[in-house]
Design a protein around this ligand. Structure first.
Ligand SMILES: Nc1ncnc2c1ncn2[C@@H]1O[C@H](COP(=O)(O)OP(=O)(O)O)[C@@H](O)[C@H]1O
Ligand SMILES: [Mg+2]
Length: 261
């Protein structure tokens, strides 16, 4: 659990690579020394390897093992239009998942783990995060690409559950993931199986949260109170297990309806 939960003003110190190589980079109209994020990465001839409702995910064309997530503008616009007039005044960046994810990586639990030299603890169940990168499709969030044992993008928990059910190996992985949440105090939104992927570490499957890091602003502030933070995390965990049960059910009842029982 994070000891100090004061608002964070300084920039999170995440791993930064200053030099990049790769022949494709040369095609990026750039002069002078090659610096990361200095040029626009061309994604025009690429197809996303996966897409969610809000973002398309591309393999990084120059840096193996990384992915680039760009916003699907049509969905941001649709979400924005559904907002109340008051919320509209707060602007679109509130509902921009890339911006939210950047803020989420600056949450107090993550910043204090890094400050304490325990950065590896952060990335035990999160893809390493490299911040914002310019692409031909707009700003992207760059992060570690999680792979399966064949070197392909990792399977989501949702798809695993459909194939194998909640078997003992994934049950154990889920328990390790939830213990990590409790131990680190890292805040997340509701944990949805399509936002978790399975990658192997030390000969066992581990869950990684690829989407849904961070809590809404008000909850993030309230989490300065340790008991409140514990309660918030306990609720996310209990909802996570409910959601797994729902995924495995006949889904006759919608997820929302099942929550209101
Ligand atoms: N770091 C990653 N490594 C491997 N696959 C990923 C990664 N991030 C996302 N994915 C895949 O892309 C899908 C969509 O990404 P996500 O971030 O959930 O988009 P959205 O914000 O639109 O929901 C995920 O469900 C997952 O299958
Ligand atoms: Mg998602």
């Amino acid at each position: 659990m994070a000891a100090s939960d004061k608002p964070i003003n300084r920039e999170l110190q995440l791993p930064r690579e200053h030099i990049v190589s790769g022949k494709n980079r040369l095609s990026n109209h750039r002069k002078g020394p090659e610096r990361k994020n200095a040029a626009v990465i061309d994604l025009s001839d690429q197809t996303p390897f996966a897409s969610g409702y809000n973002r398309h995910c591309y393999l990084h064309p120059d840096t193996p093992g990384r992915c680039l997530k760009v916003i699907r503008p049509e969905n941001i616009e649709a979400r924005y239009q559904r907002q109340t007039p008051l919320k509209k005044l707060l602007g679109k960046s509130r509902i921009n998942d890339n911006k939210q994810e950047q803020r989420a990586h600056q949450q107090s639990a993550i910043v204090s783990l890094i400050k304490q030299g325990q950065e590896n603890q952060v990335w035990r169940h999160l893809p390493r995060f490299y911040g914002e990168t310019s692409t031909s499709l707009g700003p992207a969030n760059e992060s570690e690409l999680l792979l399966n044992s064949n070197g392909e993008p990792a399977q989501t928990l949702e798809s695993y559950l459909q194939e194998h059910g909640f078997d003992p190996s994934i049950k154990a992985a889920s328990e390790r993931f939830c213990e990590w949440l409790e131990e680190t105090g890292i805040l997340t939104r509701n944990l949805l199986p399509h936002n978790l992927v399975i990658a192997w570490r030390n000969n066992q499957p581990e869950l990684f949260l690829v989407d849904g890091l961070g809590a809404p602003d008000a909850q993030n502030r309230l989490a300065a109170i340790p008991a409140w933070r514990r309660r918030y995390i306990a609720r996310r965990i209990s909802r996570f297990y409910n959601r797994i049960a729902w995924e495995l059910s006949d889904k006759q009842q919608s997820w929302e309806a099942s929550q209101n029982l």
